[in-house]
Write a protein that binds this ligand. Structure first.
Ligand SMILES: Nc1ncnc2c1ncn2[C@@H]1O[C@H](COP(=O)(O)OP(=O)(O)O)[C@@H](O)[C@H]1O
Ligand SMILES: [Mg+2]
Length: 387
């Protein structure tokens, strides 16, 4: 049946009102291309922007009724703020953001959640206020054809949100009906339970990488099923044999900083360090630029379409790039925060830096790094002129 009740043809006006069909639209919001780790990272961005110091992630295996919850001790929201936050497109991407804000499109909470589940409930409390709870149930929206944001009470949700009652402020996001994570399975299926746990591991590795700078400085703790997530540093900064080439700032007024690193030759580190430094995608795939937006990693090893290939002998080259959130438009940051493309005016500089870092990395890979490193008296190895 075609639902055209939202199309109002008003003869007296020179326009029609063509509001999106609620059911069709909410199903489309599921297809932004998130996977489980990137969708959870998007929720964590919100927690960090809300000033959270702790994030507790829980994955409960219960076959088809498995659920996932994420609780933070951030500032929380008032009831009206919660209703606004649950609206798809809650803030315009053109709005200027606080420099620390990790959000942009006013979509992440909804699109990230819907990409994994059909039922999203958010419970939140800001200081001195009662807990407010709202829920999007995709099946309800499809059935009614209306954007009905359901009001829930703590009474019927107590088992999920009772911890929040003990906190002064914070937010819990609950995903039920996680059809993109578990489907057609039974609670006693050992194979599916194992697959579920493997997916939990993939989340752990991704968060350890994407938020490593927050985790390293103790600014943030993330717990998955009560175990802390340890940071994964792509640059092995704590290892002496790692070389930091000269830091550069490009476009100084807007604070873009580039720190190129050449990681140590395999022979300089123990096997365990070498294996863990490979990263979630492996040594070869993890070479290239690492683009951080407000210290949150967006691009995790890529030559950014600058014309370089990933090759074995360049695998020790990893280059840290820091950009502020005021450059989102120029870097073409996408909703998932998984893509960043360098603006044209930076491409030549980035190419030059990539070329020099790759050369140095290839030297170290071929065992010649040691000689060059010894020739330099300082901690840094200057391979180009400081500007
Ligand atoms: N964990 C949270 N704590 C406090 N506020 C939150 C939280 N998650 C979301 N919000 C609020 O909801 C809004 C919408 O979030 P989201 O859909 O992810 O878009 P964006 O992060 O781009 O603004 C945020 O701007 C924030 O005000
Ligand atoms: Mg967000």
């Amino acid at each position: 049946m075609e639902k055209d009740n939202e199309i109002k043809n008003t003869d007296a006006c020179d326009f029609d009102i063509a509001a999106p069909d609620a059911g069709a639209m909410i199903e489309s919001l599921r297809a932004f291309g998130y996977d489980l780790p990137t969708s959870i990272a998007d929720l964590i961005d919100n927690s960090i922007s809300a000033g959270a110091k702790n994030i507790w992630l829980k994955f409960y295996w219960n076959g088809e009724n498995s659920i996932l919850s994420l609780k933070d001790d951030g500032c929380g929201m008032s009831e009206s703020e919660l209703v606004r936050a649950m609206r798809p497109g809650s803030r315009s991407p053109l709005e200027e953001r606080d420099p620390e804000d990790l959000g942009r499109f006013g979509l992440g909470l909804k699109t990230a959640s819907f990409s994994q589940c059909r039922k999203l409930t958010v419970a939140t409390r800001s200081t001195g206020q009662n807990i407010a709870i709202r829920c999007w149930d995709i099946d309800q929206v499809v059935k009614t054809g209306e954007w009905r944001l359901l009001k829930m009470t703590i009474k019927n949700m107590d088992s999920y949100f009772s911890d929040l009652e003990k906190m002064e402020h914070g937010t819990t996001v609950l995903w039920e009906n996680i059809d993109r994570i578990v489907i057609n399975t039974k609670v006693d299926s050992k194979r599916d339970h194992k697959l579920f746990l493997e997916r939990v591991d993939s989340v752990k590795y991704h968060l350890a990488m994407v938020f490593h700078r927050f985790l390293e400085r103790g600014r943030l703790k993330i717990w998955i099923n009560d175990r802390p997530v340890e940071p994964w540093d792509p640059f092995l900064k704590n290892i002496k044999a790692t070389q930091l080439l000269n830091e550069e700032s490009l476009d100084i007024t807007r604070k873009i900083f580039i720190n190129p690193y050449v990681l140590p030759h395999h022979s300089k580190i123990d096997d365990e360090t070498h294996n863990s430094a490979a990263g979630p995608k492996g040594w070869n795939a993890q070479q290239g630029f690492y683009v951080y937006r407000n210290e949150r990693l967006i691009v995790t090893g890529s030559w950014l379409g600058l014309g370089f290939k990933k090759e074995e002998h360049y695998k020790l080259a990893r280059i840290q790039v820091d950009i502020p959130n005021s450059m989102d438009c120029e870097w073409e940051i996408d909703v998932r925060k998984s893509i960043a493309r360098p603006p044209t005016f930076l491409r030549e500089d980035l190419k030059r830096i990539a070329r020099l870092t790759r050369e140095r990395a290839a030297d170290v890979y071929r065992h010649r790094g040691k000689v060059i490193a010894r020739a330099s008296a300082s901690n840094f190895v200057y391979v180009w002129e400081k500007r």
